[in-house]
Structures are given as C-alpha cells and as structure tokens.
Design a binder for this molecule. Sequence first.
Ligand SMILES: [Fe+2]
Length: 323
Amino acid sequence: MAITSTQQTVAVQSAGAAGVTIKPIPAALGAEIICGDVRALDERQTQVTKQAWLDHLVLLFRGQSLTDDELVAFAQRFGKLSHPVAGHQLHGNVKTFQHPHVNVVSNVIENGVPIGTLGDGEAMWHTDFSFEEVPYAATLLHSLEIPADGSGDTGFINMYLAYETLPRDLRERISGLTMKQDASYNSAGMLRRGYQEVTDVRVSPGPVHPIVRTHTETGRNCLYLGRRNFAYINGVSVDESEQLLNALWAHAEQTSLQWHHQWRVGDILVWDNRCTMHHRDAFDPTARRIMHKTMTEGDRPHFQPHADDSAKHARGCLHAAAH
Ligand SMILES: [Fe+2]
C-alpha cells in the first residue's frame, strides 16, 4: 500500500534556512517545503530549496497562488527555462495556450475545444519528454481547480531506489545497455500529432537513451525507463527486450518505491524527471480539473559506470516509515 500525502505524519523536520522548513514525506521520496509565499524566497532560501529538490526528488508547496509569469519565474529557481511548448508535443485539437512556457493540463472543454491536454483518464507511469534527445529536468505543476472528491492523485517512483534495489543479475545485465524511447504516443496512450501507429518497435521513431542514467547534478545512477509502451532495448531480439523490460517495470512499480499525492487547490509540485517517474489516476469526468505546468531545460542522458562506486543517494535507501 503506497503512502499518500494525506496520511503522512512528519518523520523528520529540519530547518534548512531561516524561513524554510523541509518535511520529508514518510515514503520512498518527496518532501513538503514550508516557506510561505514562494515568490518571496531570497537567494539563500532558493539554494536550500534547490538542494532539497535534489535530495528528495519531489517537492510539495501548499497554498500558493501564482500567475503564469510567476510560475515561470519560480521554475527558474530550479534551472534554465525550457523552450516554449511545441505543437508536435500536443495531440488532437487543443486550444492554443496563453503563455508560451505554460502548458495547461485539463479535461475542461470550452466551446467544444479542450483548454488543455491529457483529459480525465489515467496517465500511465512515465517521465516527461523521455521521447526527446534532450529531455527536460524539472516539471512544475500548479493546481488551480481540482475535483471536489479529491480524485486524480499524482504518484511518483524513486528511480535511484529502483536501481539500488534491483536483483544483482538484472542490474549487471542492463549495465551499459540502451533503449529506444518511443515518441509516437503520449502518457494517456494518445497518438501525437504527425505520428503513425507503431507496428515494429525496432524502427519506431524516438531517441536512444541509456537504461541506467547518471544524474548530472547528484552524480548518482538511477533507472531511466521513460515509458513502457513501444520501448525497445537495442541489440537484442524483440522477445528478449520485452522480457527484460517487463522485469524492470515490475520491479520499478513496487508500491514500496512510491509516493502518491492527493491535490489541494494552490499546491505546486516540483519533480525531477531525471530520477523519478510519475502517474496520474483517472478522475470524475464530470468534474473540472485545471493544472498549469512549466519545465526547465535538462541534458542528454548519459551513463557513467563509476558512479556505482560512490555512496548511494540519500533517498536511495528504503525509508523505514514506508513499511
Ligand atoms: Fe507527465
């Protein structure tokens, strides 16, 4: 049973800087940052918050009310802003977004046109933009409207921990292997604009990334699986690729590696796509859910085998409270 944020009790509290308190979520990853209005963070508080993000992988800020410009400004405390949202990343007929760096995630339809992406269904486990050569680093998601019943949780997996807890033979088997990340479908299973249905995973469009990724800022290795559908491990038969991928995904999806967040209006989550995966539950299709999202620039995934020689990431060990 995964622990939800509504069930959390504070396992550890630490004052990272005057005015900033870091409350680790008693699960495999995540921390709530208590700092008041995020627009008022000074330089020292920003440093502490950024370090908390690298340490805990996902940060939760409650009670915020940011305009799109303010959300974009907050994102830049975690890294360089990503390029504007490109049309090919969308699917179907979606209203043009009002801010070039803010993507609307919503099921709301106005005058017959969706105002955002992803609808009301399940979004399968994935990491953002793994289907690009240079995926993004941070994703910031700010909740403006949520269903009254609180449905539509977002779950996360700690991919350092997924890597550290792999059976030794599997870990050795994937060392140095690469995987093609399919670019044709989004996380809701919808075909992207300009793409064709995949009939052969070996030749479908998408970049090649290492399965074990060395995080550029923490220097630690983690599993980098992207998304399951139509992925292909290079250099082996399709059957062997499927077997290996099934084993890796079964391991990574263990609930002991997860944390699930139940949203409130005014929440902001900031997650690190280099070392986490996320998932969204389906929610009441008659309810309105509106989230605004922006991202920071990342780097080309790479693998450094010597990173295994260094100490584990601080959240690369199972949290006692999660069991
Ligand atoms: Fe996503």
